[in-house]
Write a protein that binds this ligand. Structure first.
Ligand SMILES: Nc1ncnc2c1ncn2[C@@H]1O[C@H](COP(=O)(O)OP(=O)(O)OP(=O)(O)O)[C@@H](O)[C@H]1O
Ligand SMILES: [Mg+2]
Length: 241
């Protein structure tokens, strides 16, 4: 099965008393690496959780698949991997035990599990640490373990909420390389970041501020649209309005 496309149309969502999203439109093309960028409170987590099927929009629509091959929300959920902003792994379980735990959760056959977990341990460079408990991993390794757990099931749509927070620059680069290694024919990736310098790493960026989608497009296109040389300027200008 191929990478899954997703689209939100005129999506609004209130969280408590806050209007977290305001008539947001965005298309997340299949196989691409999409970045939802915006400052704290912009609505990134709300949008990602809506795409993950964990929240429902008040108005508007979230849809999946191509027009010729639409997916229901339930079908999409089965092939979506979601990595929360604050992943909670089990501190006492080792990396390998985590992978086994997720194997059982996903109901993976042992043969497929062995193949996939070997592949992920190699790709992430985590093989030497597979016997280390999660509670003893560095920040970057902890994120990699969380990523392996969601990738085990070969999702067609991968949603990562701020995967690079609290990760040193080398591990951040490794995480980006991993994301690009997995995105493509078989996987669409949508990640959020509040680090403006990471916007340029995305194939397509979706700029969110105060619950509004300000722009979507290739990073260069979006910067040209705002007449800025740096993403941070978009938010500075927007907040001043
Ligand atoms: N359960 C909730 N109850 C009340 N307000 C909420 C709730 N969840 C989110 N909000 C508010 O909705 C807005 C959007 O929140 P959201 O978590 O989506 O932002 P974000 O872009 O992910 O921010 P951050 O970068 O801090 O993670 C914020 O103003 C937040 O305070
Ligand atoms: Mg968030």
């Amino acid at each position: 099965m191929a990478a899954l496309r997703a689209e939100v149309s005129k999506v609004s969502k209130k969280m408590g008393r806050v209007q977290a999203l305001r008539r947001v439109n965005a298309v997340f093309g299949a196989g691409e690496v999409h970045g939802i960028i915006g400052p704290n409170g912009a609505g990134k987590t709300t949008l990602i959780r809506l795409l993950a099927g964990l929240l429902h929009s008040d108005t508007g629509r979230v849809s999946y698949g191509e027009a010729a091959d639409p997916f229901s929300a339930a079908q999409a959920k089965r092939v979506t991997g979601y990595f929360p902003q604050e992943p909670s792994l089990y501190p006492d379980l080792t990396c390998e035990e985590h992978l086994e735990f997720f194997r059982d959760l996903y109901g993976l056959a042992q043969e497929e599990f062995v193949r996939r977990s070997e592949e992920l341990l190699q790709a992430t460079g985590m093989a030497p640490f597979k016997d280390r408990p999660a509670g003893k991993l560095s920040g970057g390794m902890y994120k990699k373990l969380g990523l392996m757990c969601v990738l085990l099931n070969r999702p067609k749509l991968l949603l990562l909420d701020e995967p690079t927070v609290g990760v040193d620059p080398v591990s951040r680069q490794e995480l980006w390389d991993l994301v690009y290694g997995f995105a493509g024919e078989n996987m669409t990736v949508i990640l959020s970041t509040s680090y403006m310098d990471e916007a340029g790493r995305c194939a397509r960026v979706h700029v969110l501020s105060g619950g509004e989608m300000l722009a979507s497009g290739a990073p260069q296109e979006v910067m040209a649209q705002f007449g800025v040389a740096d993403f941070a300027e978009i938010f500075l200008n927007h907040d001043r309005k």
